[in-house]
Write a protein that binds this ligand. Sequence first.
Ligand SMILES: NC(=O)c1ccc[n+]([C@@H]2O[C@H](COP(=O)([O-])OP(=O)(O)OC[C@H]3O[C@@H](n4cnc5c(N)ncnc54)[C@H](OP(=O)(O)O)[C@@H]3O)[C@@H](O)[C@H]2O)c1
Length: 364
Amino acid sequence: MKVLITGKNGQLGSELQRSCPDNIEIQCFDSQSLDITDIAMVNEILISFSPDIVINAAAYTAVDKAESDIDAAYAVNQMGAANLATACKAINAKLIHISTDFVFDGTKTTPYVSADATNPLGVYGASKLAGEQAVSRILGSQAIIVRTAWVYSQFGNNFVKTMLRLMSEKEQLGVVYDQVGTPTWAAGLANMLWALVQKSSDKAEETRDKIQVTSNKAEEAREKLQVASNKAEEARYKIQVASNKAEEARYKIQDARDKVGAESKTLNQTTILNWTDAGVASWYDFAVAIQELAIEQGLLNKAIPISAIPASSYPTPAKRPAFSIINKTEAEELTGVKTIHWRAQLKSMLQALEAEKVKVESDK
Ligand SMILES: NC(=O)c1ccc[n+]([C@@H]2O[C@H](COP(=O)([O-])OP(=O)(O)OC[C@H]3O[C@@H](n4cnc5c(N)ncnc54)[C@H](OP(=O)(O)O)[C@@H]3O)[C@@H](O)[C@H]2O)c1
């Protein structure tokens, strides 16, 4: 199977490359080699590589900057996604499009499910939602949208790396306590996406088989109807019996047709899945855990006081949802991958960061 990955130097793109299973051939592009806002480039590359699946890990992710850089955010997050979807449709490839919890306003108090009403609070969320809608409109069931949140990785810039830097430079820190969500290690997200890639090709096969079985049944029922009506011709006294059988067969045909119809209906819809690590945290909880585990890991040598502050004391250009917890059950069931608690994932990421630091130092 061939998979094309956009945004290869981002947090997720880097993790996807690192964890690609052996049976999958990947071709990965950065924003220079495949600018998703450039429709001609998108078409040319997708046609020449002809992937079975495209994973769109490219996005305009500067949440605050997007508030004043609206056109650029929409160009990548909406038009870029639409360009990929159009090219995928032309070459009959599946698209796994990554999206965000920022499509929600955070006013819920129980975990968001994919069917919940969207209501982005800022430009980034609105542009990502517009991208989801374009993908869904163009590709229907040929696309899967995966919403994630609070992503960090040893690659690129993120909250964990910013905290490590600030904790080594400052005497104290204030971190927001009244926004809650679940941190997501990009390596865990990549692992789930690879399982999804494997499953979605199995599932397509399974659905095709189911439709085949259903239409075989319809054919079988039609043949029975023929036999029944032949019998009716042969003997008058059997007419009544035969017509009863014919009626029964007709019901079977209708039933089989309904089943085929139901299958096609599901096929027209884009699956939306959610994925973060397990558990719940505020940014404050997350920062405290980063400091504790980084000291344990030898990445920091002293603890500084961290105080919990309200979001109102840390104004940002973009408003963020106060509640960002999403329900991962469907993705877990579909892929067979279980979410791991965010603290355990954070520990693994810090270990990877430490191993890299040791390697860089020993290479010097
Ligand atoms: N980070 C989070 O906390 C978070 C939360 C929720 C959802 N998500 C979603 O998760 C996905 C992956 O995010 P991430 O954190 O891995 O993002 P990231 O580290 O910011 O990487 C995004 C990548 O997209 C590339 N890109 C930007 N414009 C492009 C264009 N026009 N054509 C091709 N590539 C382009 C960037 O390349 P350059 O560096 O060359 O510009 C960058 O490598 C995104 O869909 C994002 O919206 C992220």
